[in-house]
Design a protein around this ligand. Structure first.
Ligand code: SAM
Length: 217
């Protein structure tokens, strides 16, 4: 996601530590205390301008959400939405989510969303794809046993790669949608990219994949 540098983004983020914690590593293992309840915790990696995660938090007040976005100007736009909605069950993290074990303890997360992740189409960039095996190993560590990744994309190449990567890793592919918007799937919350690509007539792919064991070598 490319956005111009937003003047005042750093000041806005700094002014709202109640929504974007300024010492996020200190929250590792303490997210339930942060939310002041023991509800499920679901995270989105690469949350962009926040339409999906804000929509989810509004639709499911009984679930806690954390949106992770590494670009300052982009996360500040997600923060605008959170400030407007005043959602107690949503937090944002302005961090590079490459190693989420810095921010989450083992078993602390119930579900992970990846939406329209950067495709990194060149083979030499495979290791940067968020569905590459090293990221799956990190996801598995922070997820509860049998935790799931729910992944949406418009990119057929990345989708096929991800199905293969999940499968090779030993995950169970629970369900696959090859054209989400033409299916009977209920309760879909669109992301910014999803709106853009589906308006161009592109099909949206979706998969739910589950880890089956915490034991890895
Ligand atoms: N999910 C949004 C959507 O569907 O509209 C945004 C999609 S955009 C293509 C991908 C976003 O992921 C970008 O905003 C990028 O900055 C963010 N991103 C990529 N890698 C990331 C990482 N390791 N940690 C945090 N954010 C990341």
């Amino acid at each position: 996601m490319r956005v111009r540098n937003r003047p005042g983004a750093a000041e806005l983020v700094a002014a709202h530590p109640e929504y974007i914690p300024n010492e996020p590593k200190k929250l590792k293992g303490h997210w339930q205390e942060r939310f002041k309840n023991s509800n499920l915790i679901q995270i989105e990696i690469g949350t962009g301008k926040g339409q999906f995660i804000v929509g989810m938090a509004k639709a499911h007040p009984e679930i806690n959400y954390i949106g992770i976005e590494m670009q300052l100007s982009v996360v500040s736009l997600a923060l605008d939405k959170l400030i407007a909605e005043e959602l107690p069950n949503l937090q944002l993290l302005h961090v590079d989510g490459s190693d989420l074990t810095d921010y989450f303890a083992e078993n602390e997360v119930d579900q992970i969303y990846l939406n329209f992740s950067d495709p990194w189409p060149k083979k030499k960039h495979e290791k940067r794809r968020l569905t590459f095996k090293t990221f799956l190993a990190i996801d598995e560590e922070i997820l509860k046993p049998n935790g799931e990744i729910h992944f949406k994309t418009d990119n057929q190449g990345l989708f096929e790669y991800s199905l293969s990567s999940f499968s090779k890793y030993g995950m169970v592919i629970e369900q696959v949608w090859l054209d989400l918007h033409q299916s009977d799937y209920q309760g879909n919350i669109m992301t910014e990219y999803e709106e853009k690509f589906s308006n161009k007539g592109q099909p949206i792919y979706r998969v739910e994949a589950r880890f089956i064991s915490k034991a890895r070598d």
